[in-house]
Design a protein around this ligand. Structure first.
Ligand code: OAD
Length: 249
């Protein structure tokens, strides 16, 4: 494991990135922290330190109290709309232009990668800006927003819900298959701003490493991945990623 100080990157890491035919990236909430969006598990500031996921992010919570769940996601959607992509998101959009094959796998639901210019991120946990019918799953673009009630699907009358993956739900099949394929085939996997605790996303680095990829963790804090990653770059994504990109020039 190599830990650079003030981002003097290991020469072997830079060589591996320059030689890579396929770079994959797995991102988590940490990459959006510098855009002002709360992470989940950071002590005090994390969403799950302030809110109970069992009351807000499960199918049974929605069945019990749909209005509470709808309003919580509406509140987060407002934060996401007000946020802007940061230097970390922009660096990944730029990296995509520089390598023959690139895959960006994200656990984030905020859509900031797309707004930074990333072309086709694999969204493992959905996207908070989309709304779908809770019965049929069809994406709904327009709905009657009322302060006192959860809107209904115009087609079947069921409640509408955010198009995100809740605890106890399956991940979207296509996205998971695409992420799995990228992990198996990439030469380098950058793991950025994730606590690496939530499966199946957390299994991707080990899969990539078994398949021969070099694993690079970018995170200011230690995670369960730190011990096995080939390189650990301790710092904020918005600082480390632009520096890494500059080092490739
Ligand atoms: P977590 O909140 O679990 O982890 C965020 C990680 O980002 C931590 O390891 C922090 O150290 C790191 N971090 C904080 N600031 C950073 C910065 N500026 N640059 C880089 N890293 C930074 O978030 P996730 O790993 O994304 O799922 O959580 C995974 C899933 O758990 C989420 O997608 C969500 C949640 O429950 C669902 O809602 C389905």
């Amino acid at each position: 494991m190599a830990t650079p100080s003030s981002f003097e990157f290991d020469g072997d890491l830079i060589a591996a990135l320059r030689d890579a035919r396929f770079i994959a990236v797995l991102t988590g909430a940490g990459i959006s922290a510098e855009s002002g969006l709360a992470t989940f598990r950071d002590a005090q500031t994390g969403l799950w330190a302030r809110f109970d996921p069992r009351e807000l992010a499960t199918p049974s919570a929605f069945a019990r109290n749909p209005k509470l769940v709808w309003d919580w996601y509406a509140w987060r959607r407002e934060h996401v709309a007000a946020a802007r992509p940061n230097a970390g998101h922009l660096a990944l959009a730029e990296l995509e232009q520089r390598v023959p094959e690139f895959a960006l796998i994200t656990q984030n639901v905020d859509g900031l990668h797309q707004r930074a210019g990333s072309r086709n991120p694999i969204e493992l946990h959905g996207n908070i800006t989309r709304v779908k019918c809770s019965r049929e799953g069809a994406i709904v673009r327009h709905w009657d927003a009322r302060p006192d009630a959860v809107p209904h699907c115009a087609n079947c009358g069921a409640l509408l819900r955010p198009d995100v993956v809740w605890f106890e739900e399956m991940l979207p099949e296509q996205a998971l298959a695409a992420a799995d394929d990228a992990a198996r085939r990439c030469n380098v996997l950058l793991v950025v701003g994730t606590s690496a605790e939530v499966y199946p996303a957390a299994a991707l680095p080990a899969l990539a490493q078994r398949s021969g990829a070099i694993i690079v963790e970018i995170n200011p804090n230690a995670t369960p991945l730190s011990a096995t990653a080939d390189y650990v770059l301790r710092g904020a994504a918005g600082v480390v990623l632009p520096a890494l990109l500059a080092a490739l020039d």
